[in-house]
Design a protein around this ligand. Structure first.
Ligand SMILES: [Zn+2]
Length: 413
C-alpha cells in the first residue's frame, strides 16, 4: 500500500478551497473554516530515507495544501538520547547546560489607540544565561502559568476567566492560550540552544549527524546553528513562535522529544502574499520600515482572523514523538502547552534550490540577520547534487564556473 493511500487526512480540506476564496477576494472575502493539517503515519520503511520521504507524493501534496505537515513517526523510531523526565536529575547532561532564556511578553496591537483583540506582538528580552536545573525550570514555568491565571481571575472574575481544569486536549489548550495572552506577564523560553538530544548512534533523521542529507553538509565553515545544525528548545506553557517563513524559505523539521504538545498553525505558500498584505494592514509602520518584517517572528494573530479573510489556515497538535515539517515560504506560528523538549533544523533539498535563489530576507537595521545561505553557496550545492535542471532563474555564469572549479578540486583531493 502506498504512503499516499495510507495517509490519514484527519479533516480533509472542505468545500471552501483557496480557489473559491480567491474568486471573491476582489469584493468581500469568503470566510473559510479552520481545518486540521494533514497527518501522515508512515511505516519505518517509508520513513527511513529522509529525502525519499520528503519528496514522496503524500508529503508533497500535504505540505503544498496546508503549509505544514504532521508526521506521527513509526513506533520503531526512537531517536531521543537516554534521558527522560524521570531521570533528568540523575543524568543531567542536558539540564546543566547554560541556557539563554528568552522572556516573552505579549503586547496587544493597537489601532488608533484602540486595542485589537486577538492580535499581539511578541516582545522578548534575552535574559542572562543560567544553569538550567530540571526542578527549577519546571517550577518557573508552573509559577508563570499560575500567576497568569490568578490575574485572569482577578480581572475577569472566576466565571468569565473560565480556567479549564484540563488543558490536555488541543481545543481547550488553544482557547485558553488566546484568552490568556493579555494576562501573561512573562513566558520564559529556552530557545535556540545549539545542542541536540538525538542519540549519537541514530542512523536516520539524526538532525545532528554529519551525514544528515541536507545539501548544506558540503560546507565546513560558517555553519549557522538551526540551519546547518539543530537547535534545541525548552518550552514552557505560553511560550510562542511568531508568524514567519523560514530563513531562505527553507524546509524546516521539528521533532518533539517529549513533554506537552505544541499547537501549530500553517498557511500554504500559495497564500503567502495574502498573509503579508494582511500583516502590512495591521502594522503599517513595521511594514514601511522592513518589507520582510514578519521574518522578525513577532506577530501572533488568532487564526480566525485569517479564516475570516478567506486565507486558508490549518491547525496541528504536535504530540511527543511527532515530527512537523514546514514547507518553503509557508507561514507558520504556534505555542507550547507546557514543558517540552523540541529539536529543529532546516533542510535544503534539490527541489528547494530554485526557491532559495528567489527568497527574500530582512535587511532592516534593527533585525538585519546575516545571509545564512548566500547565492554562491546555493549554486555550489546545485552543482554538487547535479540539480541545475531545477534552476530556471538566471544565475551569474562566473560564479558557476568558479564553483565548478572548486568542486572539481575538492573531488581530486
Ligand atoms: Zn527587518
Amino acid at each position: 500500500m502506498t504512503l499516499s493511500a495510507r495517509c490519514s487526512t484527519e479533516k480533509e480540506a472542505l468545500h471552501s478551497t483557496r480557489e473559491d476564496a480567491k474568486k471573491s477576494s476582489s469584493t468581500i472575502p469568503t470566510p473559510v473554516p479552520i481545518q486540521n493539517c494533514i497527518t501522515l503515519r508512515p511505516t519505518m520503511e517509508e520513513f527511513r530515507d529522509e529525502l525519499a520521504f520528503l519528496s514522496s507524493e503524500a508529503v508533497q501534496n500535504a505540505g503544498k495544501k496546508c503549509g505544514i505537515v504532521r508526521v506521527v513517526t513509526p513506533k520503531e523510531f526512537d531517536p531521543t538520547r537516554s534521558y527522560t523526565l524521570a531521570d533528568a536529575n540523575s543524568k543531567p547532561d542536558l539540564w546543566t547546560l547554560q541556557v539563554s532564556v528568552l522572556e516573552q511578553q505579549f503586547l496587544p496591537i493597537k489601532t488608533r489607540k484602540m486595542i485589537q483583540p486577538g492580535k499581539f506582538m511578541v516582545g522578548r528580552r534575552q535574559d542572562q544565561p543560567y544553569p538550567c536545573g530540571m526542578d527549577e525550570w519546571m517550577e518557573l514555568g508552573e509559577r508563570m502559568k499560575r500567576e497568569t491565571e490568578e490575574l485572569m481571575v482577578k480581572r475577569l472574575g472566576v466565571e468569565e476567566a473560565a480556567i479549564p481544569s484540563d488543558m490536555s486536549d488541543g481545543n481547550s489548550a488553544r482557547k485558553h492560550f488566546w484568552k490568556s495572552r493579555p494576562y501573561q506577564v512573562c513566558a520564559p523560553y529556552g530557545a535556540d540552544i545549539p545542542q541536540s538530544a538525538m542519540r549519537p548512534d541514530l542512523t536516520c533523521w539524526n538532525f545532528a549527524s554529519d551525514n544528515f542529507p541536507c545539501l548544506t553538509r558540503i560546507f565546513q565553515t560558517n555553519r549557522t546553528p538551526g540551519v546547518y545544525t539543530p537547535y534545541l528548545y525548552l518550552g514552557q506553557w505560553g511560550t510562542s513562535f511568531g508568524l514567519h517563513p523560514e530563513d531562505k524559505d527553507l524546509y524546516s523539521l521539528n521533532y518533539l522529544h517529549e513533554g506537552d504538545q505544541v499547537l501549530w498553525y500553517g498557511i500554504p505558500s500559495t497564500n503567502s502574499q495574502d498573509v503579508e498584505q494582511f500583516a502590512a494592514e495591521l502594522l503599517p509602520n513595521e511594514a514601511k520600515a522592513c518589507d520582510q518584517f514578519l521574518r522578525h517572528k513577532t506577530l501572533l494573530v488568532e487564526p480566525r482572523f485569517f479564516a475570516e479573510r478567506g486565507i486558508p489556515i490549518f491547525a496541528a497538535e504536535q504530540k511527543a514523538r511527532d515530527l512537523m515539517i514546514t514547507f518553503p515560504n509557508a507561514y507558520h506560528y504556534g505555542f507550547n502547552n507546557g514543558f517540552n523538549v523540541a529539536e529543529s533544523r532546516n533542510i535544503a533539498t534539490p527541489d528547494w534550490l530554485e526557491i532559495g535563489l528567489k527568497a527574500k530576507q530582512c535587511t532592516c537595521k534593527t533585525y538585519r540577520a546575516p545571509d545564512v545561505l548566500p547565492r554562491h553557496r546555493i549554486l555550489e550545492m546545485a552543482k554538487q547534487c547535479d540539480a541545475y535542471k531545477y534552476l530556471t532563474v538566471p544565475h551569474h555564469p562566473s560564479s558557476v564556473v568558479e564553483s565548478t572549479e572548486r568542486v572539481k578540486k575538492s573531488r581530486r583531493m
